[in-house]
Design a protein around this ligand. Structure first.
Ligand SMILES: NC(=O)c1ccc[n+]([C@@H]2O[C@H](COP(=O)([O-])OP(=O)(O)OC[C@H]3O[C@@H](n4cnc5c(N)ncnc54)[C@H](OP(=O)(O)O)[C@@H]3O)[C@@H](O)[C@H]2O)c1
Length: 263
């Protein structure tokens, strides 16, 4: 099926590795042009070179910390300068450290809100005018299963991310008349460097081997396994596609059945 993404310009943040990188690859495989960023210039630069070589699409990359609204504004200007248009925004960031409520001071919660809520708001504000100009757009925010079901030992994630769902739902209503869809994706466990380090953290905390900690995690997933970044990338490419034009305001889990609630 042609997803209708050939030649579209997609901004994918926090994309030097992990989920962002998987999304960048899935969109590049459909022929989209990419603007990538992460904090580390070399890491995002080499991701961009590898993707360009593998898929033959135009890729721009630059350092940008998504907590820094001024830098995001400059990055948006650079992207417009390079491509003249933006159609798709995948708003992604790094994750906050693991721990319980008692482990963190109020300032840690503030930092997590900066990273995982305000970054989405800043990215939308910076890129929306360009997306609106196209009369077609896709805005997809990445959160976590924690927006539906708090995860043990991920207090910062549990608290900081839920506002993204409210922001995206509100935005979806406001932008539907402009032919722009706004959706949120909520991954459970997808195998990336971050999940590897969460498994390591659990193994130390619970006095388990790395393998045993991994088994305890997969025991809570009906699919019996951790998801792959490619599966995550495919979901985002579907939502970004021409075909998904009537899906908006949704929060879509990708978790192998780990979420136990009804709605
Ligand atoms: N993997 C999962 O199963 C899972 C599940 C639920 C939620 N999540 C969330 O999804 C997001 C991505 O997770 P991941 O597994 O892909 O993590 P990852 O493997 O650690 O990759 C994180 C990526 O984000 C970039 N990054 C980190 N902080 C940034 C910032 N302030 N500004 C710009 N880029 C930044 C990193 O590059 P630089 O170091 O160069 O900045 C890297 O490219 C995180 O918020 C994570 O908590 C992941």
């Amino acid at each position: 099926m042609d997803l209708g993404l050939k030649g579209k310009v997609a901004v994918v943040t926090a994309s030097s590795r992990g989920l962002g990188r998987a999304v960048a690859e899935a969109l590049a495989a459909e022929g989209a042009k990419l603007a990538l960023c992460s904090r580390n210039t070399d890491a995002v630069g080499s991701a961009a070179r590898e993707i360009k070589e593998k898929y033959g699409v135009e890729v721009y990359s630059a350092p940008c910390d998504v907590e820094d609204g001024i830098r995001i504004g400059d990055f948006a200007a650079e992207v417009l300068d390079r491509f003249g248009a933006v159609h798709i925004l995948f708003a992604n960031a790094g994750g906050p450290p693991p721990g319980t409520i008692a482990d963190f001071a109020p300032a840690d919660f503030e930092k997590a809100v900066d990273l995982n809520l305000l970054s989405v708001i800043k990215l939308v504000h910076a890129f929306l005018p360009a997306i609106k100009q196209q009369g077609w757009g896709r805005i997809i925010a990445s959160t976590s299963i924690t927006v539906k079901q708090p995860a043990p030992n991920l207090a910062l994630s549990n608290v900081a991310r839920v506002g993204v769902v409210a922001f995206m739902k509100t935005l979806a209503g406001e932008l539907a008349p402009f032919n722009i869809t706004c959706n949120t994706v909520a991954p459970g466990y997808i195998m990336t460097d971050r999940v590897e380090s969460l498994i390591k953290n659990k193994s130390v905390k619970d006095g388990l081997t790395y393998e045993a900690a991994g088994r305890e995690i997969t025991a809570g997933i009906p699919a019996g396994r951790i998801g792959s970044p490619e599966e995550f990338g495919a979901l985002v490419a579907c939502l970004a596609s021409e075909r998904a034009g009537y899906i908006t305001g949704e929060t879509i889990l990708i978790d192998g059945g780990a979420y136990r609630g009804l709605m």
